[in-house]
Ligand binder design. Structure first.
Ligand code: SF4
Length: 159
């Protein structure tokens, strides 16, 4: 079984940027997997998203949606916002996340998911700012979203 501490160490030990911060196709693929398998969302965290938060509260066996809303990426132990990772994200965005060689170990082995340009634009627009890197599902995630894999104790920051 892979431990979260091992995943975090893996990111810290690597001198290069995670591939998903530099390659939009990899990022979209891994994000779609997080949406489909782990309930990553909601699309627009600024909306009430009652159905979304109600389902999370039920899944986590919580009393209220407010409790579920307190468990977001920005407080997850897999959410990496160290300066090194933020520099990687900035570098990738500045370069337009050009296609770069993909290392197999950086990509989940799930089948390719279709993401339309419109969907991509919506997610990316809403994601502007407050981004970090999810070391568990290997994609750039927004601090105000969440997923079923949320782990207490984050985010990962510089000491
Ligand atoms: S594992 Fe944590 S950081 Fe990654 S998407 Fe889920 S809640 Fe966000």
């Amino acid at each position: 079984m892979i431990k979260l501490t091992d995943l975090l160490k893996e990111v810290d030990d690597k001198p290069t940027c995670p591939i998903a911060t530099q390659n939009v196709a990899v990022n979209l693929k891994n994000r779609q997997i997080a949406i489909d398998r782990y309930g990553y969302g909601p699309l627009n965290p600024n909306n009430p998203n009652i159905k979304f938060w109600k389902e999370k509260a039920e899944a986590w066996k919580l009393d209220t949606m407010e409790e579920a809303k307190s468990a977001r990426c920005n407080s997850c132990a897999a959410f990496n916002i160290t300066q090194r990772i933020l520099n990687c994200i900035e570098k990738g965005l500045a370069a337009g996340e050009k296609e770069v060689p993909v290392q197999e170990q950086e990509i989940d082995s799930a089948p390719e998911e279709e993401t339309t340009n419109t969907e991509q634009d919506a997610w990316d627009t809403i994601e502007a700012g407050k981004l970090g890197y999810c070391t568990m599902h290997k994609f750039k995630c927004a601090g105000s979203r969440t997923c079923n894999s949320w782990v207490t104790g984050g985010p990962v920051k510089d000491k």
